[in-house]
Structure formats: structure tokens, C-alpha cells
Design a protein around this ligand. Structure first.
Ligand code: FAD
Ligand code: PHB
Length: 389
């Protein structure tokens, strides 16, 4: 098989890239290791920045997103038993975030891809990259039990943090920057109406907690936990008990309901530089990871592939490699802005160490964000997504 762009991974990055290329008349083939059911059910991100929504709507994917997405114009920061609203839209000239599950974005993208018969192979095994430094890079893989090969002009590595693309780059080329946090997030999905209209980010001496949602009947909540803690140590009663303690506020109650999904995710910051080698371009989690406190991972992945689609269009149209050559530097500007914001939100809101001094600093920072319009505006413009970075 031969194609223009070989895409490894059918997460938000790979699927959005294929969609943007299709709209520009550029062919691609997507190879995905998992099944369609698996990628459509995987519960992950929930917050779309204004720019991500604008891109999806502007490329014909807004139908269900407009109907089911829930627009939020503020968030609550809760600490010391009190809530403080950050009015994001008022502080950013009307910009907002939209709550719409990552798996819904993935379902919409797969639906659009299949509607125009775009090649998308699920359950591919043994994906391996070859000849990246030549003009004819290849991907070998096994599908339906048969070995096969895809010859491409370029390869897009959109296979997430644990994929194979980044590791196909020869040793010594990439500079890796990494920070592991000494905590993880236990996330639950519960069939109960959210106890809040807007997201609540809570700082508490027992640890961070987040109240998010997916729909008027589905709540999504997170707790800061030890990253190595077995999930079996967290029966449902313990999860609810801990959530009640960390969200405690006079006159407010947390509604409980059946937990239908539960998992622990480690937290890390990671960047591989540059995001390109030969004819391989890395995008999304394959190149960088942020801790989820800033709600940025999916959004920055979508930004990467927007930059890549524009660069490939320019190359096919005019033969100019200028945008492709600046792909990595253009993406990394936003990646590092988002790394800084995600690190800021993480260290602002998590219990870092049992140290009274650190705790007082965090409370002072929180009080500042909640009392200074300048500080709140800085948080808000990063949270809804900066237009120009
Ligand atoms: P992925 O979604 O990881 O997709 C990669 C795909 O490649 C997968 O389908 C995988 O199966 C496939 N693959 C892997 N290896 C191979 C292989 N060898 N061959 C073929 N295919 C392969 N981000 C936000 O913006 N907002 C949020 O609110 C938010 N909350 C989050 C909450 C949690 C608990 C977590 C874990 C993440 C959150 N994120 C959030 C981050 C977001 O989910 C990721 O950044 C996003 O999934 C990145 O998309 P991607 O396409 O780059 O990678
Ligand atoms: C989510 O709804 O899953 C979510 C919301 C905000 C975050 C992270 C995750 O910062």
C-alpha cells in the first residue's frame, strides 16, 4: 500500500490530522493498535478550549458538539472551606471552555472518517517504522493476521506516550525533559447529576480534588492519591468519603451515585525536542505530556496537528519546506507555555509535602488569584487557551 501521509494512532491527534488533511485533498492511512470499541470508550479528557471548539466546528464536526457540549464561563477555586469564582469569560473578552468528553470527539472524528471511506485500520499489531531519513519512509505492520507495508511521503507519529514512533528516532537525536510528580489522580465517573454547575478545583490539607462532569446526569470527579496505590485500596465508600472531606463547604452537599468507571493515572510532565526527525513528525502525547490540572493535553495535541496539516498543505502545493522545517519550533512554543501553566495549576492546587511553609505559600497564592484581577486574568486566559503564543 502507498499513501501520502502514514498516521500511527487513532487518538485525537491522529484522527484530527487525517480529517484536516482530507479537507486539503491530502491522502492518509491511519493505523491503530486497539479496537474501535476500545478507543471510543476510553474515558479521558473533558475540557475543550475555545480554539479547539472553533477548529472542530469550523471543519464540519460541530453538529453534536454544539448540541451536547456544555459551555462554561467560569470555574470555582475552593479552599479553607470557601469557594471563589474565577469569571473566565468576563476576564477574556467572552472566551469560554466547553465540556465534551474526549471519547465523544473521537467518535465524531471516526464517524466523519468512515463517512468518506478514509482508510482507518483498527487492531494493527507489530507497527514498526523504517527509512525515516529517506524520501520513502515505510511502516510495516500486521493486520488480520497478515504482514503488510505502507509506503509514505511522511509519517505522523500520533501514537501517544507509550507508542513506538518516538523510540524509532535514533539515540542522541532527542533531548528529553521530564518531571514526575509524587502523586497521581484517582478518577471516577458516576451516574449522578453534578453537584455543581461549574468545575470545582479544591485545595485541601488532605490533597487536591476536582469536580467535573460529562452531562446533566454524569459526574466526573478526581482525587489526589499516591501514584502506586492499588485501586483495590479505594472501595467506592472510601472514594466518596474522601471527596466529601475535601470539598466540604457550608451550605453545599456532594451528591453520590453509582460509580461506573474508576482508575488511577500517574502525573508527569514530559517534552521530547525536536518533534521531528527526517520524515517523521511527532504530535500530541507522543511528543509531550502535561499533568491534567490545566486540562491541556488534548487541546495542545489538536494544535500540533493543525500546524502540521498547514505545513503539509504548503509543501504539497508549492514544494516549499519552510513550514515543515519550522513545525517543531512552532509547536514547542505552545507546548512550553502549556507546560508552565499546567505546572502552575498543579503546584497551586496539590498538597505537595507535609510542610507548613509550603502550605502557607500555596494559600497565599490562592488568595492572590482570588483577589487580584490581574492574577485571575492570567489564569483565565491560559485556561481558556491563548490565541497567540
Ligand atoms: P492518545 O489519545 O494516547 O492516542 C494515541 C493512540 O495511538 C491510541 O489510540 C493508542 O491506542 C494508539 N497507539 C499506541 N501505540 C500504537 C502503536 N504501536 N501502533 C498503533 N497505534 C498505537 N487533556 C485535555 O485537554 N483536557 C482534559 O480535561 C484532560 N483530562 C485528562 C484526564 C486524564 C485522567 C488523562 C489521563 C488525560 C487527560 N487529558 C486531558 C490528556 C488527553 O487525554 C491526552 O493529551 C490526549 O489523549 C492526547 O491525544 P493523542 O492523540 O496525542 O494520544
Ligand atoms: C475532566 O473533566 O476530565 C477534567 C476536567 C478538568 C481537568 C482535567 C480533567 O483539569
Amino acid at each position: 500500500m502507498r499513501t501520502q501521509v502514514g498516521i500511527v494512532g487513532a487518538g485525537p491527534a491522529g484522527l484530527t490530522l487525517a480529517h484536516l488533511l482530507h479537507l486539503r485533498g491530502i491522502e492518509s492511512v491511519i493505523l491503530e493498535a486497539r479496537s474501535r470499541e476500545y478507543v471510543e470508550q476510553r474515558v479521558r479528557a473533558g475540557v475543550l478550549e475555545q480554539g479547539t471548539v472553533d477548529l472542530l466546528v469550523g471543519t464540519g464536526l460541530g453538529e453534536r458538539l454544539r448540541r451536547e457540549g456544555i459551555v462554561h464561563s467560569g470555574i470555582e477555586l475552593r479552599f479553607g472551606g470557601e469557594g471563589h469564582r474565577i469569571p473566565m469569560s468576563d476576564l477574556t473578552g467572552g472566551r469560554a471552555i466547553t465540556i465534551y468528553g474526549q471519547q465523544e470527539v473521537v467518535k465524531d472524528l471516526i464517524g466523519a472518517r468512515l463517512a468518506y471511506d478514509g482508510p482507518l485500520l483498527f487492531d494493527t499489531a507489530d507497527v514498526a517504522l523504517h527509512d525515516l531519513e529517506t524520501e520513502r519512509p515505510r511502516i510495516t505492520y500486521v493486520h488480520d493476521g497478515r504482514p503488510d507495508e505502507l509506503e509514505c511521503d511522511v509519517i505522523a507519529g500520533c501514537d501517544g506516550f507509550h507508542g513506538v514512533c518516538r523510540d524509532s528516532i535514533p539515540p542522541g537525536v532527542l533531548e528529553l525533559h521530564e518531571r514526575e510528580y509524587p502523586f497521581g489522580w484517582l478518577g471516577i465517573l458516576a451516574t449522578v447529576a453534578p453537584s455543581t454547575d461549574e468545575l470545582i478545583y479544591a485545595y485541601h490539607e488532605r490533597g487536591f480534588a476536582l469536580h467535573s462532569l460529562r452531562s446533566p446526569k454524569l459526574s466526573r470527579l478526581y482525587l489526589q492519591v499516591d501514584p502506586d496505590e492499588p485501586i483495590d485500596d479505594w472501595p467506592d465508600e472510601r472514594v466518596w468519603g474522601e471527596l466529601h472531606l475535601r470539598f466540604e463547604r457550608d451550605g453545599w452537599t456532594l451528591r453520590e451515585g453509582p460509580i461506573i468507571e474508576k482508575g488511577i493515572t500517574p502525573m508527569r510532565s514530559f517534552v521530547a525536542e525536536p518533534m521531528q526527525h527526517g520524515r517523521l513528525y511527532l504530535a500530541g502525547d507522543a511528543a509531550h505530556i502535561v499533568p491534567p490540572t490545566g486540562a491541556k493535553g488534548l487541546n495542545v495535541a489538536v494544535h500540533d496537528v493543525k500546524v502540521l496539516a498547514e505545513a503539509l498543505e504548503e509543501w504539497y502545493r508549492s514544494g516549499s519546506t519552510e513550514l515543515l522545517e519550522s513545525y517543531s519550533a512552532t509547536c514547542l512554543r505552545r507546548v512550553w507555555r502549556v507546560q508552565d501553566f499546567s505546572n502552575y495549576m498543579t503546584t497551586l492546587l496539590h498538597r505537595l509535602e507535609a510542610d507548613g511553609f509550603e502550605d502557607r505559600l500555596q494559600r497565599a497564592r490562592l488568595a492572590y488569584v482570588c483577589s487580584s484581577e490581574a492574577a485571575a486574568r492570567s489564569l483565565a486566559e491560559n485556561y481558556v487557551g491563548l490565541e497567540n503564543v
